[in-house]
Design a protein around this ligand. Structure first.
Ligand SMILES: Cc1ncc(COP(=O)(O)O)c(C=O)c1O
Length: 410
């Protein structure tokens, strides 16, 4: 494959991260004071993504748990999640004592299907978690409309969705909450971490407390994760007014995440360059179908998913040849969420010991096959190509291998 694009490479870790980490280390670790990296990260991240408040977390699963806790989602409630997601999304609902209700995906975009959300609403529905899967946002306007009609909280799961766009709006700027992950494979990473953003003052404050063991005297001010010493030192001081987890992100990690945030456009541009190079290859093939990007959307390609539509090209043989020709490997799409073994095991446990699961027993749905037929049919045929390259030469080389792999089946 030939390309006229000039070669471009960026470092794997932002050079600024070293200086910011050094600042944290020079200051040292103190109970009540810090050099302010959490505050800077929370302020700058929320502003960049179009919300008022940011709450740094230890990962992008914890963010979902805090959001659900803040929205008072619990026993007897249902949370609608898509069938195509990482298990963190339904797990967060389960961990709050709620029941995840799995909605099917659109047959072209593979994001949550709005019609199936409507079908799966019930009087117990309390929240929806739409996911920007692979870097493509779901159809957010009708989702927000449904939420408005039924008084639901919408938590955007953008672990994979940095700077995606939907009708001129950025991922993270639409839901009542939006969650992001800084895990090692993500577009913005500090190894592990995450952040929750919101413009709702009351919800954001509740999420701050949910992420910080329910300390009463915390505010939503950036970086306000520690109760002032004058209060905390007193023997008559009652510290905890609500139930919360402890999900803070260490300052060292905040320092790295802040440096990466400051070059987020560059990080996203690399992923998009890779997505576009793969798109050019797929455009020349009539049996590979990419994720459809509707008009008005920007896909930012956390990964590049493509559906193999030829029955005589098995997924495993396609991967074998890709690797043999010098490809970097690729992943299959995650098992449809409702077919993960954990649901089967919980179903069995609830059936045999209902007294141990009184919070779920009356509400537990059937998670069997057939619940999300669209995604169940597509999922086995998906190849998710890696896009985490930091050098456009490497991207061109992978695109070339991809093209030669396709040709090997002609
Ligand atoms: C869609 C989605 N949601 C949530 C998460 C959870 O993020 P973390 O690994 O930071 O907990 C991930 C991470 O893989 C993800 O891809």
């Amino acid at each position: 494959m030939s390309s006229n694009r000039p070669n471009h490479s960026i470092p794997r870790v932002s050079p600024r991260a070293y200086a910011y980490v050094q600042e944290v280390l020079n200051f040292g670790f103190h109970n009540a004071h810090s050099v302010g990296m959490t505050a800077r990260l929370e302020r700058e991240f929320a502003a960049r993504m179009g919300q008022k408040h940011g709450i740094a977390h230890c990962n992008g699963t914890a963010t979902l748990q805090s959001a659900l806790l803040a929205a008072e989602v619990g026993v007897g409630d249902e949370v609608i999640v898509p069938a195509f997601t990482v298990f963190s999304t339904p797990a967060a609902a389960l961990q709050c004592g709620a029941v995840p209700v799995v909605a099917d995906v659109d047959s072209q975009t593979w994001t949550i299907d709005v019609a199936d959300i409507r079908r799966k609403l019930s009087p117990r529905t309390k929240a929806i978690i739409p996911v920007s899967i692979c870097g493509l946002m779901p159809d957010m306007d009708p989702i927000m409309e449904i939420a408005g009609e039924h008084g639901l909280v919408v938590i955007e799961d953008n672990a994979q969705g940095y700077l995606c766009e939907y009708q001129g709006r950025l991922s993270g700027s639409i839901g009542h909450f939006a969650s992001f992950s800084f895990q090692a494979s993500k577009t913005l990473t500090c190894g592990d971490g995450g952040i929750l953003i919101s413009s709702d003052d009351a919800l954001a404050l509740k999420a701050r407390r949910a992420a910080t063991i329910g300390f009463r005297d915390l505010s939503i001010r950036p970086g306000d994760t520690v109760v002032p010493e004058e209060l905390r030192c007193r023997p008559d001081y009652k510290r905890h007014s609500s139930l919360g987890w402890n999900q803070r992100l260490p300052e060292v990690a905040c320092a790295v995440a802040l440096a990466e945030l400051e070059r987020i456009d560059e990080l996203v541009a690399m992923r998009v360059a890779c997505g576009e190079a793969f798109n050019e290859v797929v455009d020349r093939c009539d049996w590979l179908r990419p994720q459809r990007v509707p008009p008005g959307y920007r896909h930012t390609y956390w990964t590049y998913p493509v559906k193999i539509e030829r029955d005589d090209v098995p997924w495993s043989e396609f991967r074998r040849r890709f690797v043999e020709l010098g490809g970097d490997g690729f992943y299959g799409a995650y098992c449809p969420a409702h077919l993960e073994e954990v649901f089967g095991n919980l179903t069995e446990a609830i059936r045999t010991q209902p007294e141990r699961y009184p919070h779920w027993a009356p509400y537990w749905p059937d998670y069997g096959e057939g619940l999300c037929p669209v995604w169940e049919a597509i999922q086995p045929k998906i190849a998710m190509l890696k896009t985490n390259y930091f050098d456009t030469n490497e991207i061109e080389q992978q695109a070339d291998v991809f093209e030669r792999t396709i040709r090997s089946f002609s």
